[in-house]
Design a protein around this ligand. Structure first.
Ligand code: FES
Ligand SMILES: [Fe+2]
Length: 377
């Protein structure tokens, strides 16, 4: 991370620890409960997902030519692969004959051609239509009009981002500009996936994101897991609209003195990056953990996540180390997930007409504001 930003963060944190304060917005914010329960609101958000780049895979799952991943949670079937020339490709996972799903497995390696399971039309890994059995029956068909539909795709911070609608020149670097330098500086691009999980929850997807955007709850909701590591409600929060960057402070930040030179920001807290609309990257001392949340209904979502570690563990000791680290992450998240499901039941109970975000829950308010601004195309 850029030394100037490290020093700026550590200075803010040191001063907050001394003053028993935290970053705060000017005022509290309120949002209506209806936005967590209303099917029309959900439909607008799902339409927004279709026009927004989404992190749909870990890059290390697509490292070699022939590696492939399918993804069905973003509202449409998507196929990601690395072609024979080493290029990353994303397609609608839909055969151009009569629309069957082309690749059904969740992922794998060694793919050389894509053959539809319905009538065996086949495509190469660049999406070009190659084979039509009994081709005489399709006299006059323009093959060039029946290649797979390609989607914009880009790799960043160890993840693969896809725009779920065709576009000739989507600018991923413009979209990620606010967070790119920081995340690149952590070296996540060369990290590999460890312990990938997928979890279905009975709550609105936004409740899960909100759980990652404030540290107010940590001493209470996480008292059995991570609370002892963290200072009570001390965070730095920067809006990088539509994204955000937070720094959740650990208790040892109280030891920071006047001279901050040479201090590593990863030793005194966890930088957290929220990338619009549904991605959270938590930077830990020697790895990062990643979570995406996909709405599947007003009351349902699916969380995908995993850790990005510097290299695959080569020894049993390394495996034990990463298992232990990653378990802490998932255990704490499980506490958030249980809370999220209980909150959704509370929304349905009608006790509250609105949710209130305190001045230090400002990133939750930013999240809603960024969403609201983009709901209408
Ligand atoms: S739908 Fe794919 S070959 Fe017919
Ligand atoms: Fe939490």
């Amino acid at each position: 991370m850029q030394p100037a930003l490290q020093t700026a963060w550590l200075t803010r944190v040191r001063d907050h620890m001394a003053a028993r304060s935290t970053d705060m917005a000017e005022s509290v914010a309120r949002v209506d409960v209806a936005r967590y329960t209303d099917p029309a609101r959900l439909a607008a958000e799902q339409a927004l997902f279709r026009r927004t780049p989404l992190a749909l895979s870990f890059a290390s799952k697509l490292a070699q030519p022939g590696d492939y991943v399918t993804h069905d949670l973003a509202g449409l079937p998507i196929l990601l692969l690395r072609d024979a020339g080493g290029e990353l490709q994303a397609f609608l996972n839909v055969c151009r004959h009569r629309g069957a799903k082309l690749v059904w497995e969740r992922g794998g390696c060694g793919k050389r051609t894509l053959t539809c399971p319905y009538h065996a039309w086949s495509y190469d890994l660049t999406g070009k239509l190659r084979g039509i059995p009994h081709e005489a029956g399709f006299a006059g068909l323009d093959r060039a009009q029946h290649n797979l539909v390609r989607l914009p795709v880009a790799e960043a911070f160890g993840l693969v981002f896809v725009l779920p609608e065709p576009s000739d020149d989507y600018d991923f670097s413009g979209f990620l500009a606010g967070v790119k330098d920081d995340l690149d500086s952590f070296g996540l691009g060369s990290h590999v996936l460890y312990d990938e999980r997928e979890i279905g929850l009975r709550c609105n997807w936004k409740v899960v994101i909100e759980g990652g955007l404030e540290t107010y709850h940590v001493q209470h909701a996480h008292k059995r897991t991570i609370a002892p590591m963290f200072a009570d409600n001390v965070a730095v929060a920067d809006r990088l609209e539509p994204h955000a960057r937070l720094y959740f402070t650990k208790r040892n930040a109280a030891e920071l003195g006047d001279d901050l030179s040479g201090r590593n920001v990863r030793d005194y807290g966890n930088p957290l990056y929220y990338i619009f609309p549904n991605l959270i990257i938590l930077v830990q001392p020697d790895h990062a953990t990643v979570m995406t949340v996909f709405p599947q209904g007003a009351d349902a979502c699916i969380v995908q996540g995993g850790a990005l570690i510097p290299q695959p563990p080569a020894t049993e000791k390394a495996t034990t180390y990463w298992d232990k680290n990653v378990k802490i992450f998932w255990d704490a998240l499980d506490e958030d997930f249980q809370m999220g499901q209980a909150i959704q039941a509370g929304f349905r109970a009608g006790a509250n007409t609105h949710v209130t975000f305190g001045r230090f829950e400002q990133a939750c308010a930013w999240f809603h504001d960024s969403l609201d601004k983009r709901l209408t195309p």
